[in-house]
Design a protein around this ligand. Structure first.
Ligand code: SF4
Ligand code: SF4
Length: 425
């Protein structure tokens, strides 16, 4: 680890995003998008990134008008080498937002939805597929159920049967940039983060346990998991040393011969990286056949909407509503938390059938940390927050506008073309 990095655990990758001093014009654009004030340098002078403050979100990178900001971790050649190694089963885990952006790297219209073409291209390159939407459904079940436990504990004093119950409001925890932001700037609020892992980190153990043993019938050590993400911070997340659950589970069951722990996610490709990989491997995305992805690519609409702002909260709350009342939550309830406003809020009144009591749940969605998060956190620390459940995604618009998505010369302006996909004007 770089000797200057003080806010990283041993093993984590610090400094995923860097500024190329030979190209930087000191225009300050990056500073306007940075949610943490990590970028130093006066206007007109060469800028640099303080890696201890940086949360690896890549918003500076996709919005630099001079193409001066780059990723320090290039994983493309390593994945190609694994794809060519017949002893290894490479499992690609594509996130919801990748399928509406990858086509753009091959000349398709912005926002083209190309799920089955993406599967076809990945299979041509040699990947097995575990769709991250499938894992997003798991995250939803976990976060929604955890919210019920926290709410019943806070409202009705329900016992937690030996578990520690976190406080309200519960924050979503699937955005690694947001998690690192809390850890480095507001550590007293760590207990408010949902204990559920992100879809990527649920997908990894699933691939190395159930996938290896039941689907692909391969030794778990021969599975190489590749998160395919719209996100540069996911490279950081995969490197967190606590994420080796598959190894410990398999060791306990006597199903792995390895003496050393291996990571749940071996490496991460961004959307841009996947496009480069396919081009290097001469897979013509435009000509490849659409295919089904296989048994681990089933998912619901709830998993799909993880890719846009408000989607995680909506999906988890729908789950909580169904569990509490036995009924489906009408979509109309969620209109208020859709769209691109900075902080959106809504109240949902429901009957908790177990306690036969009506409960009003106040939810908020923070659409992009920059300029939005501080007042929300201040009110929680002051004990005046009205909210019970808060979704926070670092990138404006959500992961569809992540730091690993295709770059447009006008910054993230391509987002506009994707809005109709989510029913927005
Ligand atoms: Fe700031 Fe994100 Fe760039 Fe880091 S990656 S310097 S946090 S905008
Ligand atoms: Fe990554 Fe999505 Fe968070 Fe952006 S909002 S940092 S793309 S997880």
């Amino acid at each position: 680890m770089n000797a200057e990095a003080r806010t990283y655990q041993r093993g984590e990758i610090p400094g995923i995003i860097a500024i190329d001093a030979s190209r930087c014009k000191g225009c300050d654009s990056c500073k306007r998008y940075c949610p943490t004030g990590a970028i130093t340098g006066m206007f007109g002078a060469i800028h640099a990134i303080d890696m201890d403050k940086c949360i690896s979100c890549g918003q500076c990178l996709i919005n630099c008008p001079f193409d001066s900001i780059y990723e320090t971790v290039d994983t493309v050649d390593a994945v190609i080498a694994k794809l060519r190694d017949k002893r290894v089963t490479v499992v690609g885990i594509p996130a919801p937002a990748v399928r509406v952006a990858i086509g753009e790297e091959f000349g398709m219209a912005d926002g083209s939805l190309v799920t089955k073409k993406m599967y076809g291209a990945m299979k041509s390159a040699g990947f097995e597929i575990l769709d991250n939407n499938f894992a997003a459904d798991l995250t939803i079940m976990e976060e929604g159920t955890e919210f019920i436990v926290r709410a019943r504990h806070a409202l009705f004093g329900e016992e937690a049967h030996g578990h520690t119950v976190g406080p309200l409001p519960q924050f979503t925890s699937c955005c690694p940039a947001w998690v690192r932001f809390v850890e480095t700037t507001h550590p007293s609020l760590i207990p408010n983060l949902s204990s559920a892992k992100s879809p990527q980190q649920m997908a990894g153990p699933l691939a190395k346990t159930y996938g290896a043993l039941e689907i692909w019938k391969k030794p778990p050590e021969s599975i190489y998991t590749v998160g395919i993400m719209p996100c540069t911070a996911k490279k950081f997340e995969a490197s967190r040393p606590e994420f080796n659950d598959a190894y410990h589970f398999l060791k306990e069951k006597g199903k792995t011969g390895s003496a050393t722990p291996y990571p749940d996610i071996d490496t991460v490709l961004t959307t841009r990286d996947l496009a480069r990989l396919l081009k290097k491997m001469k897979v013509d995305f435009t000509k490849v056949d659409e295919t089904d992805g296989g048994p681990l690519t089933e998912y619901t609409g709830a998993g799909t909407i993880f890719g846009n702002t408000g989607g995680v909260m909506e999906a988890a709350l729908r789950t909580a509503y169904k569990v509490l009342t036995g009924n489906e939550l009408r979509p109309i309830e969620f209109k208020k938390v859709r769209g691109l406003k900075g902080v959106k809020s809504a109240s949902v009144t429901l009957m908790d059938a177990k306690y036969d009591k009506e409960v009003t749940v106040n939810v908020a969605v923070v659409n992009g940390l920059h300029g939005n998060i501080e007042p929300v956190l201040k009110s929680i620390m002051a004990g005046t927050s009205p909210y019970h459940f808060i979704e926070v995604m670092n990138c404006p618009g959500g992961c569809v506008n992540g730091g690993g998505q295709p770059i447009k010369s006008g910054g993230s302006s391509w987002l506009r073309a994707a809005l109709p996909l989510f029913g927005w004007k």
